[in-house]
Design a protein around this ligand. Structure first.
Ligand SMILES: NC(=O)c1ccc[n+]([C@@H]2O[C@H](COP(=O)([O-])OP(=O)(O)OC[C@H]3O[C@@H](n4cnc5c(N)ncnc54)[C@H](OP(=O)(O)O)[C@@H]3O)[C@@H](O)[C@H]2O)c1
Length: 294
């Protein structure tokens, strides 16, 4: 894959620096916590109008920031969110909502494995619902970013997206990773009106590993995240580096690849062939229909 004939690995994007977000309208699904919250606060501080979506709003009173509540383990809620998002008026839609799988399989009220529901299927449903109209009233093509762990050659299991046949904690989380990567590649083709990219943040100290490490008050969690924090950028530092790149001019006519933890372009995983992406999308359609049937 190349940009203007230059292999992606050698492409250098031009960050929009010093960053001025005035005039930009952005929605961050998962903007209430962790990396999404850091991205949202950076954008708002620099003048962008930001809508954050999540369960718990922690930034009431911050200028330029507004909140839409949605519990995205419910696909009903994802459908309602898609209807209430001001999609036509957005310059960018960023998905950072996510959790990690539980040690034993947990199902939502709609019968969806919880991590698959929150970290992937809700994104799939929202993007499918708003993709055609996203940014329609804006002067430039809207950009969509899906944060996950793309470019790592995770193949996942489109034949068992919901872990109905077999549940293993980390392979099922990696199933959401692969599904998100497939969604980026599919959406880039399906929505030629959009620029769609994955983001792999590397490891960043947040609360996302709390349920794997015994809860956010456990010693194991605190020690792990403290040590991680010594070696990796904070969510705020990562956001300050990432956001100006998300609005790099070169991305305007591009679609369907990923950014790594340095916000540099990387190739899609080689396992993500057209057939594999198609298999993920067929499985996603079926699982979405199952969740929204009732
Ligand atoms: N941190 C890392 O090291 C790392 C590494 C690789 C990939 N990632 C990916 O980066 C993304 C962001 O991760 P993070 O570390 O920032 O996670 P985080 O700190 O746990 O934040 C997760 C966000 O998702 C939202 N969320 C969780 N459950 C939800 C639900 N049921 N309904 C609606 N929103 C929900 C949270 O909102 P509320 O707080 O309002 O519930 C929060 O805004 C995820 O896709 C993750 O897989 C992170």
């Amino acid at each position: 894959m190349a940009m203007n004939g230059v292999p992606l690995s050698r492409v250098r994007l031009t960050p929009r620096t010093p960053f001025d977000g005035a005039g930009l309208r952005v929605a961050v699904i998962g903007g209430t916590g962790g990396i999404g919250r850091a991205i949202s606060l950076f954008l708002a501080k620099h003048g962008a109008q930001v809508t954050v979506i999540g369960r718990t709003f922690r930034d009431a009173g911050v200028p330029n920031l507004s909140f839409l509540a949605a519990d995205l383990e419910s696909m009903d809620a994802a459908q309602r969110l898609a209807q209430s998002l001001p999609a036509e008026d957005l310059d960018a839609l960023i998905f950072t909502n996510g959790i990690i799988t539980a040690p034993t399989r947990e199902l939502t009220a709609e019968g969806i494995e919880r991590d698959m529901a929150v970290s992937y299927l809700s994104r799939f449903g929202v993007l499918r619902a708003v993709g055609d109209r996203l940014g329609a009233n804006r002067p430039r093509r809207a950009r969509v970013f899906l944060m996950g762990f793309p470019g790592t050659d995770e193949k996942g299991r489109p034949d068992d997206l919901n872990a109905d046949a077999e549940y293993k904690q980390f392979p099922q989380h990696l199933n959401t990773v692969a599904a998100n990567e497939a969604l980026v590649l599919d959406a880039a083709k399906r929505f030629p009106n959009l620029s769609v990219f994955g983001i792999n943040p590397g490891l960043i100290k947040t609360d996302i590993r709390a349920n794997v490490l015994g809860g956010n008050q456990s010693v194991r969690f605190k020690v792990f995240e403290t040590v991680l924090g010594w070696f990796t950028p904070s969510a705020d530092a990562f956001a300050a580096h990432l956001v100006p790149v998300l609005f790099a001019p070169e991305l305007e006519r591009e679609s369907g690849f990923h950014l790594n933890k340095h916000a540099a372009p990387i190739q899609p995983s080689t396992v993500m062939t057209l057939d594999h992406v198609t298999a993920f999308m067929a499985a996603s359609d079926a699982l979405w229909a199952r969740a929204t049937r009732r």
